[in-house]
Design a binder for this molecule. Structure first.
Ligand code: GA4
Length: 319
C-alpha cells in the first residue's frame, strides 16, 4: 500500500505514443557517416549508432553487474552513499524535488578505480572497461561530427570532452517491474522529460521499451529498443556550440511495469573552466550572430542544478 501511495504522483494514463520507426541509424564503418550524423543532429538531436565495434559481451557484463547490484538488499545499495549528486539514488532525481520510478547509481568518470570503491571487483572492472570502450566511441562520433561540420580540426569537439579535466558522468538506471500497472492500464514516469546539459550522452539499454523523444513539432515518439546499439543524445552544450544548428533533444522514460529496464548513460561534459560559445567556423559559414552569451561549463552546471528536471535551462543563456 505504501508503495502505491508513493507512486500515485508518477502514474500516467496510457496515451498512444507512436513508435519511432525511422530512428536515424549511422553505421560508423560506412561512407557518409559524417553527413548522416550532422543531418540527424539537426533534425532530431538523436541517432542510433551501429557498426561501433564494441563487443556485446562488454555491454552485457555491465548490465548483469548492475542488475546484481540493484537486486541486492536496500541496506547494501545504500552503502554507495545517498546520491548528492553522486552515489545511489532511489526515486529522487536531482536536488529540486523531481521523482521517478527509477533507482540509479551516478558517478563522475575517472581513471582512478578507488572512486568506485562501493562496487565489488567484478562490477568495477566491468564498469571501467565499458567506460574505456564508450570513450573511444565518443571520440569517433565527435570526430565524424567535426568532419560533417567541416571543422578544420577533427579533434575540436572530442578534445573538449576527453581531456584530463573534462567532466564525464556515468549513470546506471534501473526501472523496476511493477506488474500491477498492467492491471491498472497505466504507465509510470520513470525519468521525467528533460534535455541533457552536456555535449553528448551515449545511452545503451537492455531490450525494453520506455525511452521516448520529442520531435520538432513537440509530439512524443517511443524509441524501439536495441540492446546491440548505442543511442546518441545531443545535449544543451552542443546546441550552443553549433549556435542552435543541432538541437538538444527532450527525452523521457516511461516505465510500463511489465519488464524491468536497465540503461547506462555516459554524459560527456567539458572541463569546468571551458568557455562555451558558438564555434567560429559554424558561425562563419552561416554569417549569423551568436544566439547565446558566453558562459563556462561550471556556470552552466551550477545553474542547471538550481533547476527542475523539465525546465528549459538554456533560456537563461540566450541573448
Ligand atoms: C539530466 C542529465 C543527467 O542525468 C544528469 C542529471 C542531474 C542529476 O540527476 O543529478 C540533474 C539533471 C541532469 C539536470 C537538472 C538537475 C541536474 C537533475 C536535476 C534536476 C546527471 C545531469 O548532468 O543533468
Amino acid at each position: 500500500m505504501v508503495v502505491l501511495a508513493n507512486t500515485i504522483p508518477l502514474l500516467r494514463s496510457p496515451k498512444a505514443c507512436a513508435y519511432f520507426s525511422s530512428v536515424p541509424v549511422v553505421d560508423l564503418s560506412e561512407p557518409g557517416a559524417a553527413e548522416a550524423i550532422v543531418s540527424a543532429c539537426g533534425e532530431f538531436g538523436f541517432f542510433k549508432v551501429a557498426g561501433h565495434g564494441i563487443p556485446m559481451e562488454l555491454m552485457q557484463r555491465l548490465e548483469l553487474e548492475a542488475l546484481r547490484f540493484f537486486h541486492s538488499p536496500q541496506a547494501e545499495k545504500e552503502k554507495a552513499g545517498v546520491a548528492n549528486p553522486f552515489g545511489y539514488g532511489n526515486k529522487r532525481i536531482g536536488p529540486n524535488g523531481d521523482v521517478g520510478w527509477v533507482e540509479y547509481l551516478l558517478f563522475a568518470v575517472t581513471a582512478d578505480p578507488s572512486a568506485y570503491a562501493c562496487m565489488d571487483y567484478s562490477f568495477r572492472s566491468a564498469l571501467m572497461e565499458y567506460l574505456l570502450g564508450v570513450r573511444k566511441l565518443a571520440s569517433e562520433v565527435l570526430e565524424l561530427m567535426a568532419d560533417g561540420l567541416k571543422l578544420k580540426q577533427r579533434e575540436a569537439l572530442s578534445n573538449l570532452v576527453l581531456g584530463d579535466e573534462s567532466d564525464g558522468l556515468i549513470r546506471l538506471n534501473h526501472y523496476p517491474k511493477f506488474p500491477l500497472l498492467e492491471r491498472l492500464n497505466c504507465s509510470l514516469t520513470g525519468f521525467g522529460e528533460h534535455t541533457d546539459p552536456q555535449l553528448i550522452s551515449i545511452l545503451r539499454s537492455n531490450n525494453s521499451t520506455g525511452l521516448q523523444i520529442s520531435l520538432r513539432d513537440g509530439s512524443w515518439v517511443s524509441v524501439p529498443p536495441d540492446n546491440e546499439s548505442f543511442f546518441i543524445i545531443v545535449g544543451d552544450t552542443l546546441q550552443v556550440l553549433t549556435n542552435g544548428r543541432f538541437k538538444s533533444v527532450r527525452h523521457r522514460v516511461l516505465a510500463n511495469g511489465s519488464k524491468s529496464r536497465v540503461s547506462m548513460i555516459y554524459f560527456f561534459g567539458p572541463a569546468p573552466t571551458e568557455k562555451i560559445v558558438p564555434l567560429g567556423e559554424v558561425m562563419g559559414e552561416r554569417a549569423e550572430p551568436s544566439k547565446y552569451r558566453e558562459f563556462t561549463w561550471s556556470e552552466y552546471k551550477k545553474a542547471a542544478y538550481k533547476t527542475k528536471l523539465g525546465d528549459y535551462r538554456l533560456g537563461q543563456f540566450e541573448k
